[in-house]
Design a protein around this ligand. Structure first.
Ligand code: PRP
Length: 219
């Protein structure tokens, strides 16, 4: 698409996931030449100007990043693959794997527990992923939605198994659980609103190229 002169000035909003992912995201964006004008981690503000004119960063919970990007309130987002798989991946473009915040999405259950008699009950905050996984395995499972601290569910008899993020495995071990099936390798991705990709193509392509170079030159 031909870039019109007045389009060069369009505003770009990037939705970042707060918390652990943010700590790895900011250095990567810095290497790509984009940095917030204030210390995001020390501020209570949620949206920040950057050193690049017309580029702003907003900081929200990961689960809300796909929503902002799908509806176009943010042009780009940084979010974990787990949340994308849960949200539904057709809603936006996913042009770049940032390779940060790597972990695994797994099923887990009590150490040494055999197959459960009857229907398996599974607790997760990733109910869509869990449903798809067990359906794909041909296992009848009842999925129970929890919002955190999933490892407690088998201990308290609420569920037989969980579907959760495993990083070091310490949380599973500390709660008498063991990893079972790998569902997906997870890392943080860049997602782009579909209309923005067309309307602001020049600016977004430039930004993606800078981020791609930053990922490849990761020290
Ligand atoms: C995540 C995940 C596990 C833990 C895994 O929880 O849900 O509980 O990290 O990490 P580990 O394998 O290194 O122990 P998080 O701290 O994000 O909080 P949550 O329980 O509220 O999801």
């Amino acid at each position: 698409m031909e870039k019109l002169p007045d389009m060069a000035e369009q505003s770009i909003v990037i939705a970042l996931t707060k918390g652990r992912i943010l700590k790895e995201t900011l250095p990567l964006f810095e290497r790509a030449g984009i940095r917030p004008l204030e210390d995001i981690e020390q501020s209570r503000k949620l949206i920040f100007d950057t050193n690049v004119p017309n580029v702003r960063m907003m900081v929200i919970r990961g689960a809300d990043v796909p929503t902002y990007v799908e509806f176009g309130s943010a042009d780009l987002g940084v979010v974990g693959k787990d949340l994308l798989m849960e949200y539904g991946e057709a809603a936006f473009y996913e042009p770049l794997d940032l390779g940060i915040a790597r972990c695994r999405l797994m099923t887990a259950g009590p150490v040494g527990a055999g197959p459960s008699p009857g229907r398996l009950r599974v607790a997760s905050k990733f109910v869509n992923i869990a449903r798809r996984h067990f359906a794909g395995e041909g296992v009848q499972a009842e999925i129970v939605k929890l919002n955190g601290g999933l490892e407690l569910a088998p201990i308290m008899g609420l569920a037989d198994h969980i579907v959760d993020i495993v990083d070091t495995g310490n949380t599973l071990r500390a709660n008498g659980l063991e990893p079972l099936d790998l569902i997906a390798e997870i890392s943080s991705r860049i997602i782009v609103n579909k209309a923005s990709m067309k309307m602001k193509h020049g600016q977004i392509a430039e930004l993606l190229q800078a981020l791609k170079t930053a990922v490849e030159t990761e020290s």
